[in-house]
Design a protein. Structure first.
Lengths: 79, 225
């Protein structure tokens, strides 16, 4: 981590900090969501390690593969 | 799949290498991922047409389904859920709701067949750090819808605390849902978060994380930092 400190007060103030309250989404994480799994009718779909998947143009933020819902996927991608 | 409808995504036409395609724009990154996910699964949200119809294409069969958008009941941090009310091609009123599992579960009709299995999946997803949402729906009788609409219209025109009043009326229709399922979305850690937090801890500073996600999701994110 590189940071440039422009104020000498900052060191003293930092020294007084004992707690940091951090937001999670978008601060610790990227706030870039990726659709990976779903459950429907009591069955979970989506493998945990998707292979290289072909997505239709314009489809973003998806990382999903499951042979059970992808029968005929080639028809879809060419449609 | 209900998720193709329950959103406020708008589309943009793009063209690349002579191939025309749509990209989605969403105010919420979660919705962007969900609606794209549904598109990938063969429920491609096409657009809202000029008559406020939401159109879903089914590229595999070439069919399309049309839903007239009646209302969007927005998400807020109190409600922890959002709903859309649409009219389907058979003229039936359908409400679809997505939200935090703890909230949706309380709004389900009793004895949902797949609730136990779905809850197990939600926990599994959350334990590996995924963000989860439950999705539920129900068809509303025309008479019930009309009665509810009258109350909703009054609330919409309220000059007082409109958001609160709308919330109270919304709550009346967001009950007795049937469980559709749940979704799982990953939000990756920023680069070097782990190292940064380790440095901060070395400096003797305690770190608290604030989140609206499930506890299990937060614990996993905490551990992976």
């Amino acid at each position: 981590m590189s940071a440039k400190v422009n104020s000498s007060n900052l060191n003293e103030e930092l020294g007084m900090v004992s707690y940091i309250f951090s937001d999670k989404t978008g601060t610790l994480t990227q706030n870039i969501m990726e659709f990976q799994k779903f459950s429907c009718g009591g069955v979970s779909y989506g493998t945990s390690t998707p292979k290289q998947i072909k997505y239709a143009p314009g489809v973003t933020n998806v990382n999903f593969e499951d042979d059970r819902v992808f029968e005929g996927v080639d028809d879809t991608s060419h449609a | 799949m209900c998720l193709g409808l329950c959103h406020t995504v708008v589309t943009d036409d793009k063209e690349k290498n002579g191939e025309k395609y749509k990209v989605y724009n969403a105010s919420s990154p979660d919705e962007l991922a969900l609606v794209n996910g549904m598109r990938h699964l063969g429920f491609a949200f096409r657009d809202n047409d000029s008559d406020a119809n939401m159109i879903i294409d089914h590229p595999r069969t070439g069919a399309e389904s049309k839903y007239t958008l009646l209302h969007v009941i927005e998400f807020n941090s109190d409600r922890k859920r959002m709903s859309v009310i649409v009219r389907d091609e058979n003229n039936r009123v359908l409400i679809i709701c997505k939200g935090a599992d703890s909230i949706i579960e309380k709004r389900l009709a009793p004895n949902q067949e797949h609730l136990t299995a779905t809850k197990k999946h939600v926990d599994e997803y959350a334990e590996v750090g995924l963000r989860t949402l439950l999705i539920a729906y129900k068809y509303v009788e025309e008479d019930d819808y009309k009665k509810w609409l009258a109350k909703y219209t009054i609330a919409e025109q309220s000059t007082g605390d409109r958001e609160k009043e709308l919330g109270l009326v919304a709550e009346q229709i967001e009950v007795d849902f049937l469980l559709a399922g749940c979704s799982a979305i990953e939000d990756k850690l920023q680069e070097n978060v782990g190292k940064t937090i380790a440095d901060i801890k070395k400096a003797g500073i305690k770190v608290w994380v604030l989140t609206g996600d499930k506890v299990e999701t937060a614990i996993n994110i905490g551990q992976s930092c």
